[in-house]
Each structure stands twice: as structure tokens, then as C-alpha cells.
Design a protein around this ligand. Structure first.
Ligand SMILES: NC(=O)c1ccc[n+]([C@@H]2O[C@H](COP(=O)([O-])OP(=O)(O)OC[C@H]3O[C@@H](n4cnc5c(N)ncnc54)[C@H](OP(=O)(O)O)[C@@H]3O)[C@@H](O)[C@H]2O)c1
Length: 339
């Protein structure tokens, strides 16, 4: 079968389609004929050698797929061959076929396209877990979402809109602000031309916000912490600042790591602020938690309250261009790969 392979560490050109052996489902597993696979920032970082969780290269990555079950292993009664499913997978998703535990393959709601099915898992689970499980978002609160036009960002904006009276601040390049407003962001901020920290302080009359979702990292975590109101929470879930160019730079990485703040429990206490982290890739040992959140999201989709925003769909052969698009800050919503 064909699989999008990161052949070695480097720029987008190291991403190539290769022939690899087709996997077979073992006991309790199903095989999915992939119709669409999500591309995530983690895939770019894996390609650059900046993602500690990545498999050893050469490797086929990909954390999320939609498709049709084409074979089931011994002991599997559901899903069945022919069912349309979507799933989180621990790598291997960017291939024509992928094998996973049957319990991880959830039925796709009627009316959901394969593209929407592949765009939903990582972005919405990350946003949902950060906002609700960790951030305890409730009516009337305020949230600052960074990378607000991206995959996780647009998911977070839509999820904030499901809670009454939440005020949303979002950072993104100016060209994406119309989309931010469309997705429910009240205050789009162009972080490239203005100091977003000063702008949020100005817009809130110096009070700050209840929740900051920050996958930028480094210096931005310091700013996010300073922006918290009493009782507020900074949720860290990525370090995009470390991957600012197409290739790994040891100097940039070292500079970014040095700018990571240290939080003391005594200061947290005295400031009445919290800091929490989210890494969905480290929640494989908590299937009930993740599947519960997944089902809640599918319910919101069926109610028409969330709608994955798809930026672009690339054929496997064009995967290098897909990497360029995501990394070049051109995308709005999710970038997908199709066999
Ligand atoms: N912890 C977890 O479990 C988890 C899960 C999923 C994603 N994440 C993290 O969440 C973040 C968003 O992921 P995503 O896949 O949804 O990507 P994305 O937000 O769709 O990424 C692209 C957008 O991010 C903005 N951006 C800011 N700094 C950037 C940089 N240094 N390089 C490239 N783009 C940058 C750009 O928009 P603007 O120019 O408009 O700002 C760009 O269009 C990433 O940091 C990722 O690692 C974490």
C-alpha cells in the first residue's frame, strides 16, 4: 500500500510516498481503508526532529483518520466491515490502510463527510479537553485563544460559542480576522503587528482573562500568565515557537527553551492563578476519558453546533506541499491528506 513517509529529518521535501506492507488486524483490532487523514503540527515537528514522541525515522505518522472498515480481527463484533468510522491513531494514519483497536473506531454520524471526519479528532479533542476538562469553562468567562485560525484554534472558537456569554479574544495574522469573527471570536488580534498582551489589557480594562490557551510557548507563556485574572488558568499545549522555520535550528530551540517560565507553587498561590498542561498523545492510558469527550463532540456535531473548518485537501503525492501550507502559516482550519 501507499503511505506518506517522513524519510529522514529535514524540510518538507523529505516527505514522500512509499510502498509499505499492508497491516493486518489482530485480535480486537480493525483495519480501516483510509479516506482522509489529518495533518497536524506534531507531524511537522516530527519531520524536523523536534517531536520527542515521534517514531524513529523513516516513519509514517498521522494521528487521525476517517474511512471504511475493510477487515476485522478475531473477536470483533463492532464496528463491522463496511462501516464508516473516524478515529485517533497512534501514528500510521497517513497511509491507505491503518490498523487500530476496534474500541477506538467510532461510527461517523450521518451527514458527516470523510473530510470532516478526519478534521475532527485531534483538533476538537484538544480544544474540548483544554477548555472543559482542564479549563472548566463556564458561562460568562473570557478566553484568549492563540493560533485562533488554525485547526485547534477554530475548534476552540466554535466550542467557546457553545457556552453562553463567553468573551473570546483570538490571535492570528490579520488576513484571517474575518474568519475568526465568523467562528465567534469577539476580539481578533494581529499579534504580528501589535503587542497582544497590551491589547488584551486595554480591551479588558486591565482585568485580563479567565483562560488562556497557548500552544506558542516560551515567552508567550509568560505573557499568558500575566494576562490571567484571579482564578484564571493558563493551559499550555504546544510549543510552535520552537518550530518557526522549515528546518530545525539548535540556536532557536535553545533560545526558546531558555525563555520558558518557571512557576513556583508559592507564586501561584499568591497570584491566585493556575497553570495546566495538555498532551492528548499522552492520554492513551485514559481511553474512557478520551472516548467520552469524543462522543460529546460527535453529539455537538449532530446538533449542528460544531462544524470542522477544512482549509485544504492534498493528495498523498502532494504531502510535502501540505506540510509547506501548514508550516507557512497559510492555512485556516485543517489541512488534510487523501489517498
Ligand atoms: N498538546 C496536544 O495534545 C496538541 C494537540 C494538537 C495540537 N497541538 C498544538 O496546537 C498547535 C496548533 O496545532 P494545529 O495542528 O491546529 O496547527 P494550526 O493552528 O493549524 O497551525 C498553523 C497556524 O498557527 C499559527 N502559528 C503561530 N506560530 C506559528 C509557527 N511558529 N509556525 C507556524 N504557524 C504558526 C499560524 O497562524 P497565524 O499566522 O494566523 O498565527 C498558522 O497558520 C500546535 O502548536 C500543536 O503542536 C497540541
Amino acid at each position: 500500500m501507499r503511505a506518506v513517509t517522513i524519510t529522514r529529518r529535514g524540510g518538507p521535501e523529505v516527505v514522500q510516498v512509499r510502498e509499505v506492507a499492508e497491516p493486518s488486524p489482530g485480535p480486537g483490532q480493525v483495519r480501516i481503508a483510509v479516506r482522509a487523514a489529518g495533518l497536524n503540527f506534531a507531524d511537522l515537528m516530527a519531520r524536523m526532529g523536534l517531536y520527542p514522541d515521534a517514531p524513529k525515522l523513516p516513519a509514517v505518522v498521522g494521528y487521525e483518520v476517517s474511512g471504511v472498515v475493510d477487515e476485522v480481527g478475531p473477536g470483533v463484533s463492532s464496528p463491522a466491515v463496511g462501516d464508516r468510522v473516524l478515529a485517533l491513531v497512534r501514528f500510521g494514519g497517513q497511509a491507505e490502510k491503518v490498523v487500530l483497536p476496534a474500541t477506538n473506531a467510532l461510527p461517523m454520524p450521518d451527514g458527516m463527510t470523510f473530510e470532516q471526519g478526519a478534521a475532527l479528532p485531534v483538533a476538537y479533542l484538544t480544544a474540548y479537553h483544554s477548555l472543559f476538562r482542564v479549563g472548566h469553562l463556564s458561562a460568562g468567562r473570557s478566553v484568549l485563544v492563540h493560533m485562533a485560525a488554525g485547526g485547534v484554534g477554530t475548534a476552540a472558537l466554535q466550542l467557546c460559542a457553545t457556552v453562553p456569554g463567553v468573551t473570546v479574544f483570538g490571535t492570528a495574522s490579520a488576513a484571517k480576522h474575518a474568519v475568526l469573527r465568523e467562528e465567534g471570536c469577539h476580539h481578533p488580534i494581529d499579534y504580528r503587528t501589535i503587542d497582544y498582551e497590551a491589547e488584551v489589557q486595554r480591551l479588558t480594562g486591565g482585568r485580563g482573562v479567565d483562560l488562556v490557551l497557548d500552544a506558542l510557548g516560551g515567552q508567550d507563556w509568560k505573557k499568558g500568565y500575566r494576562l490571567l485574572r484571579p482564578g484564571g488558568m493558563l493551559v499550555t499545549y504546544g510549543f510552535a515557537n520552537i518550530a518557526a522555520g522549515p528546518r530545525r535550528s539548535v540556536v532557536r530551540a535553545a533560545r526558546q527553551l531558555l525563555s520558558v517560565p518557571r512557576f513556583s507553587p508559592i507564586a501561584l498561590m499568591d497570584d491566585n492563578r493556575g497553570v495546566a498542561g495538555v498532551n492528548m498523545g499522552h492520554l492513551w492510558g485514559e481511553p474512557e476519558m478520551v472516548l467520552g469527550e469524543f462522543r460529546a463532540l460527535l453529539g455537538l456535531f449532530q446538533e449542528g453546533r460544531i462544524r470542522p473548518r477544512i482549509d485544504s485537501v492534498f493528495r498523498f503525492e502532494e504531502a510535502a506541499r501540505a506540510h509547506e501550507r501548514l508550516q507557512g502559516r497559510a492555512s485556516v482550519g485543517k489541512v488534510l491528506l487523501v489517498p
